[in-house]
Design a protein around this ligand. Structure first.
Ligand code: AMP
Ligand code: MG
Length: 426
């Protein structure tokens, strides 16, 4: 049975929420709604783990050589003067021992080969001299090797029963390596969240089509697809909704039956041509509307039956910022992941703001650069306006100005969130 959203998932009793209030409400109220499926290891990249993974055996399984060289027993070695050993055996990685092993002798050994029980130390092949005496190979090991040198102990990476990964972890290449090291190849992952997207607006036309006076190309749909897919969720683009209350109502109702989360962009305010908010009130519950931020104030959250809903503003910059701040964590959490909190870095401002409105939090598009002394500073996009799509290619992160800030001087430390903190890389 698929878990369903709570009826009062985003409910609150304030007119306008501060950014932190909105986030903490979302964090507390949203829980995973996806089912678990078993995914082959080679397909598990980017998926979210639904159960803890424990090591079924030690990793590495055997104590083994960390270098190509010669294995010997430290008890028969003179650390001050060095020792000459007779080589009587050979062990290659993945093979059993060839020859006769002797407690006082040495075995040629290669990186990754299992150490024989009677040996505990390896000397690198570059550090020895070899000679032949009466048909026997003698290995002259120099002084100074500590017991256990150049060996990797069984279980030094993971002991049997250690937690390899916790449920809720998104599987990056490094996690896939960790899972593979335990021998597992069927991974309990969250089913991908199905996120449907509508653009809204009579003025919208699709790239590739002819554009007429008063029209604008739909930039939000392709941007949202990329953003949604960067979270590991599936994006279903349901096209453009005309600014018509009946069409909006009918389309949202139908989509709410088929998908886990609906996103709209545009039509989010209270103008006569904006139908998203009123429709949500009619069809389901609008739980949160209006956040004291810039850009993105009319951001709304709600649900239609068990389908979660987020109404994004129309301006592309506001869509981008609101997606990263609110929708991305919602998607990750609904998908079984952990609530992500991006790190902020304090960087010197390379810009000045004479007057910022207090009481709301502002997110500016920022680009980092080095000043003449080689110190990092951040510039803001020189022009304001949340319709300026070119500002999004300029930026490599968001500058965050808290509610209490009323001005910024050059050199002031400001909070900066690199886009990589939102999973946007490359
Ligand atoms: P709205 O919130 O619907 O009033 O839209 C605010 C502004 O964003 C208007 O200038 C719209 O034309 C613009 N806009 C809305 N949706 C899109 C879109 N999908 N692509 C580009 N611009 C859009
Ligand atoms: Mg509109």
């Amino acid at each position: 049975m698929k878990p369903r959203l709570l009826d009062d998932c985003f409910l609150h009793d304030k007119d306008r929420l501060l950014h932190e209030e909105a986030l903490s409400l979302l964090e507390q109220r949203i829980s995973p709604i996806v089912e678990t499926e078993s995914v082959p290891l080679e397909k598990a990249g980017g998926r979210i783990l639904m159960e803890d993974i424990l090591a079924p055996r030690p990793v590495p399984w055997h104590t083994n050589a960390a270098v190509d060289g010669y294995a010997f027993a430290h008890a028969h070695y003179n650390m001050d003067e060095g020792t000459s050993f007779e080589q009587s055996a050979r062990i290659a990685a993945g093979h059993t021992l060839e020859g006769e092993i002797s407690e006082t002798g040495t075995a040629r050994i290669f990186t990754g080969a299992a150490m024989p029980d009677i040996y505990d130390t390896v000397v690198m092949q570059e550090d020895v001299t070899t000679e032949s005496r009466n048909g026997t190979t003698i290995i002259n090991v120099p002084a100074g090797l500590k017991k256990g040198a150049n060996c990797r102990l069984a279980g030094e990476d993971l002991q049997s029963g250690d937690v390899v990964l916790r449920a809720g972890t998104r599987l990056r290449p490094q996690e896939l390596a960790g899972i593979a090291s335990t021998g597992l190849n069927k991974i309990p992952c969250a089913k991908r969240l199905r996120v449907a997207v509508f653009s809204t607006g009579d003025e919208l036309v699709q790239p590739g089509e002819k554009i007429d006076h008063g029209q604008v190309y739909d930039s939000n749909a392709p941007m949202l697809r990329g953003l949604i897919e960067s979270t590991g969720a599936e994006c279903i683009d349901l096209g453009v909704l005309r600014d018509d209350a009946d069409i909006v109502r009918q389309s949202l109702l139908e989509a709410s039956k088929d998908y886990d989360l609906l996103l709209t962009s545009g039509g989010a305010s209270r103008g006569e041509e904006d139908h998203v908010v009123e429709t949500l009130n009619e069809l389901g519950q609008l739980h949160m509307w209006q956040i004291a931020i810039k850009p993105g104030r009319p951001m709304s959250f709600g649900q239609i039956e068990g389908c979660a809903f987020a109404g994004l503003p129309g301006n592309p910059v506001a869509v981008f910022v609101c997606f990263l701040l609110y929708v991305r964590p919602i998607i990750l959490r609904l998908s079984g992941g952990r609530w992500p909190e991006p790190n902020r870095y304090r960087i010197a401002a390379g810009f000045q703001i004479d007057k910022k409105k207090t009481g709301r939090r502002e997110f500016l598009r920022g680009a980092t650069e080095l000043d003449e002394q080689g110190n990092l500073r951040v510039q803001k996009f020189p022009r304001d306006g949340s319709g300026l799509i070119s500002s999004l290619q300029f930026a490599d992160g968001l500058i965050e100005l808290d509610e209490g800030i009323s001005e910024v001087h050059i050199g002031d430390p400001v909070k900066f969130i690199p886009f990589s903190e939102f999973g946007l890389v490359g």
